[in-house]
Ligand binder design. Structure first.
Ligand SMILES: Cc1cc2nc3c(=O)[nH]c(=O)nc-3n(C[C@H](O)[C@H](O)[C@H](O)COP(=O)(O)O)c2cc1C
Length: 200
């Protein structure tokens, strides 16, 4: 089993979503001692945004790219290769201003590549990243689960399904900014969810 852990908090050492993602990985490794682990920390090593130069590089045929363009595309290629090699992907996802962090959006922009991770057919899009199991540890200051204000879960479900990843489990740690009691309860609840989801 190849596990890919993707941390998307801007915080390195104090990130609650990274801690929960790590807890999920620990639990997976306990039941799969031979599993390999790759950690992609998008806070410590931010991926560049999809700007005009990056778009131009991507839309230039490989044999016509300048060295800078080839280097830029290679950064995205590395993330795609990590994703393709993984059997299980564990995301740590903080809520920032009602959405995912820019770091995670940049990762999504890097790995969504036509002809590689999805393709269009006459029947619509087909995801090419198949057979993966995905866990997402969500951390939020407030409470959004199962409300229209939770824009993260539908967004991530859409992105993952578009790419072919339909086996997705969300673990929620909510109310983390609502006082120490609420925070403790949220973290304990997240631990129970991890146990429940991974025991299944
Ligand atoms: C820049 C920023 C924006 C945030 N926006 C929201 C928000 O829109 N809704 C919310 O519930 N919490 C929000 N929070 C609180 C975080 O979701 C919460 O602290 C979470 O635990 C952060 O995860 P992390 O420790 O992995 O970075 C925000 C925090 C930061 C730093």
């Amino acid at each position: 089993m190849n596990i890919l852990q993707i941390n998307s908090s801007a915080r390195a050492d104090q990130s609650q979503s990274t801690r929960l993602a790590r807890d999920i990985v620990d639990r997976l490794q306990k039941s799969n001692p031979d599993a390999s682990l790759t950690v992609r920390d998008l806070g410590r090593t931010p991926h560049p945004e999809l700007g005009e130069a990056a778009l131009a590089a991507l839309f230039t045929p490989a044999d016509q790219r300048t060295p800078d363009q080839a280097a830029r595309v290679a950064l995205d290629d590395a993330l795609i290769a990590e994703l393709q090699a993984a059997d299980v992907i564990v995301f740590g996802v903080p809520m920032y201003n009602f959405g995912v962090s820019a770091q995670l959006k940049n990762w999504i922009d890097a790995i969504a590549r036509s002809g590689v991770t999805f393709r269009y057919t006459d029947k619509g899009p087909v995801g090419l990243v198949q057979g993966k199991k995905v866990y997402v540890a969500l951390t939020r200051g407030g409470l959004y689960r199962n409300t229209p204000a939770d824009t993260q879960v539908p967004y991530l479900q859409n992105v993952f399904a578009f790419l072919g990843m339909t086996n997705v489990q969300f673990i929620y740690a909510e109310g983390l900014a609502m006082g120490p009691d609420a925070e403790q309860k949220a973290l304990a609840s997240a631990q129970s969810q991890i146990e429940e989801v991974l025991a299944a």
